[in-house]
Design a protein around this ligand. Structure first.
Ligand code: HEM
Length: 212
């Protein structure tokens, strides 16, 4: 256990935790987006997908618990790193420089991260903790996205998610050591392509539902 406490105690150890939990979240986003795309197949197709997901029962509960634990680690470690960097300003600039120069993504990471946390809490109350007894998940989503306010919040949130992920994915690869200069443009490209797919993929759903 000593190696674990020692690793978490160092700045690079915390960055490693951020990278691993962040990459797991990127994986979740891909699975969640693929699932959500079934909404284009219509009410029955989407509800059938959700029912199929719920049929896994306790497995889904375990997955949710894992997700919650990863979120807690990511947010807590990110907060510790953020305040640590605030207290050691010169070090903060070194970190930013080594992260390949400042981009909108890199310079806003803590703020976009915090806004994403607020969004996820809002999102869970909208959909996950909604009344599932008297309405289908399609109805829950359709009722929400029939309102301009929700559509607006979701579009802004998806832009924030895309900005966070655009730097996060690249930074995670740097941290785990996949940073050979030869591959830097490729990793940067993958990060941008991924964030655009996530942003547009999720962001277009509220617009689509609003217009049908
Ligand atoms: C238009 C975009 C989105 C739609 C329509 C959507 C839809 C949904 C729905 C319907 C649920 C509840 C599933 C259920 O309880 O059966 C859900 C859960 C969830 N969503 Fe989203 N989602 C969107 C974007 C996002 C984004 C961008 C994130 C993360 C940044 C996210 C994170 C989550 C999480 C963590 C859960 C809880 C997982 C669970 O229920 O097991 N969602 N989403």
């Amino acid at each position: 256990m000593d190696w674990l406490t020692n690793t978490i105690g160092t700045s690079i150890g915390k960055k490693l935790l951020m990278a691993i939990t962040g990459l797991c979240f990127c994986g979740f986003l891909v699975v969640h987006l693929i699932g959500n795309l079934t909404i284009y197949g219509g009410k029955d197709f989407f509800n059938a997908y959700v029912d199929h997901l719920h049929s896994y029962g306790p497995l889904i509960n375990v997955a949710e618990l894992v997700l919650l634990t990863l979120a807690a680690i990511h947010v807590l470690t990110g907060t510790i790193l953020f305040f640590g960097n605030l207290n050691a300003r010169p070090e903060r600039y070194v970190v930013n420089k080594s992260a390949g120069g400042r981009t909108i993504g890199s310079s806003t990471m803590p703020y976009t991260g915090f806004l994403m946390l607020l969004f996820i809490i809002f999102h869970l109350f909208n959909f996950h903790f909604a009344d599932h007894e008297n309405q289908t998940v399609f109805e829950i989503v359709a009722n929400a996205f029939a309102q301009r306010g929700y559509v607006f919040i979701y579009i802004v949130a998806m832009i924030i998610v895309a900005i966070h992920v655009s730097h996060g994915l690249w930074s995670a690869f740097q941290t785990i050591g996949a940073s050979h200069p030869k591959y830097t443009p490729l990793i940067e490209g993958v990060g941008i392509a991924f964030s655009v797919i996530i942003g547009i993929g999720f962001g277009f759903i509220p617009i689509f539902i609003f217009t049908i």
